[in-house]
Design a protein around this ligand. Structure first.
Ligand code: PLP
Length: 329
């Protein structure tokens, strides 16, 4: 394949098939780490920019400012670099060092908020407030506001859902992490257009409040909605059939296991989605096709999820997770 724009490499990511031990379900992992910025968020970042260009919200030489846990910012930084925009990412201390270093490498600037928060707390509200304020103050600025921006959601309906249907045809079960809801609901809208009966399952961290859970701090980055953060406007609850909660130890021990078993390095939210999806699929009889959407790769979490000292310090090593996984796959 020959391209002359890095954004032409967004999408068409591969599927990795894993076998269940106790039934004949076919399970496919959609590996979004193979996008240029290492996550599915490249898709929505480009779409939010291009739609804003079309309707004049974003003008030549403009400055894009977004609140992000890192992946959206990486996607925006890449698109900004090649389109000639300035880019500022508003992050909190929760964004991993690897993600921040990538944003800087693409020429983005970093503003960090949330001083005084505990290590496992996220400062989404403060991030969004700061990004909005800066966008009002800086001339020719654009705040995509991913949580309420429908161009985030439609990016996946137009690309990811189509890729899945083209490759697999009928899909019975779909599993995805949920933060803004752009990827889960956007893909779900596309899948349901093809087959109304595809069951849509979303996974948030224990401690996230999207389905009425009691909020508490969690380490899974980018996914869920922490205490006090407003519910993103683009979540379409009417197309979600089931919701599940992943604990940090379930998520992270799954990531560590997959690396050693399959040579597959996936990010923290992906580990949680895989664990809860396999638990659910294992209970099913017969056969069918399940797709598990994996947001990003483990390369961005080498200093926490894949760091033994960090895992031990936070009491997250749990050998029982591996024993469970070995019963399922
Ligand atoms: C690692 C990771 N997982 C899951 C999500 C949630 O995706 P969405 O915002 O599309 O719901 C994000 C979003 O930033 C993320 O960065």
């Amino acid at each position: 394949m020959i391209v002359n724009k890095i954004t032409d490499l967004i999408g068409n990511t591969p599927l990795f098939e894993i076998k269940m031990k106790n039934n004949d379900w076919k399970v496919f992992l959609k590996l979004e780490k193979f996008n240029p910025g290492g996550s599915m968020k490249d898709r929505m970042a480009l779409n939010m920019i291009e739609q804003a260009e079309k309707d004049g919200r974003l003008k030549p030489n403009g400055t894009i400012i977004e609140s992000s846990s890192g992946n959206t910012a990486i996607g925006l930084a890449i698109a900004s670099a090649i389109k000639g925009y300035k880019f500022i990412a508003v992050v909190d201390h929760h964004a991993s060092k690897e993600k921040i270093d990538m944003i800087k490498a693409y020429g983005g600037k970093i503003v960090t908020v949330g001083d005084g928060y505990k290590a496992d707390e996220v400062a989404v509200v403060e991030r969004e407030r700061t990004a909005k304020k800066m966008a009002n103050e800086i001339e020719n600025a654009f705040f995509p506001n991913q949580a309420d921006n429908f161009d985030n959601r439609s990016a996946y309906t137009d690309t990811l859902a189509k890729e899945l249907v083209n490759e697999l045809g009928n899909i019975d079960l779909f599993y995805a992490a949920i933060g803004t809801g752009g990827s889960s609901c956007g893909t779900a809208l596309g899948l349901k257009k093809y087959n109304q009966n595809t069951l849509i399952n979303v996974i948030e961290p224990v401690g996230s409040i999207l389905f009425g859970g009691k909020g508490q701090p969690y380490f899974q980055s980018g996914t869920g909605n922490p205490i006090d953060a407003p519910i993103p406007k683009i979540i379409d609850y009417s197309i979600i059939d089931n919701n599940f909660y992943a604990r940090d130890d379930e998520a992270f021990n799954t990531c560590r296991y997959l690396a050693k078993r399959f040579g597959l390095l996936v990010g923290g939210s992906a580990g949680g989605v895989i664990y809860k999806a396999l638990e659910d699929i294992n209970k099913k009889n017969g056969s069918g096709k399940a797709v598990i959407l994996l947001c990003d790769g483990g390369e961005k979490y080498l200093n926490n999820v894949f760091n033994d000292e960090w895992m031990k310090k936070n009491n997250l090593i749990n050998k029982n997770i591996v024993k469970q996984l070995e019963k399922w796959i």
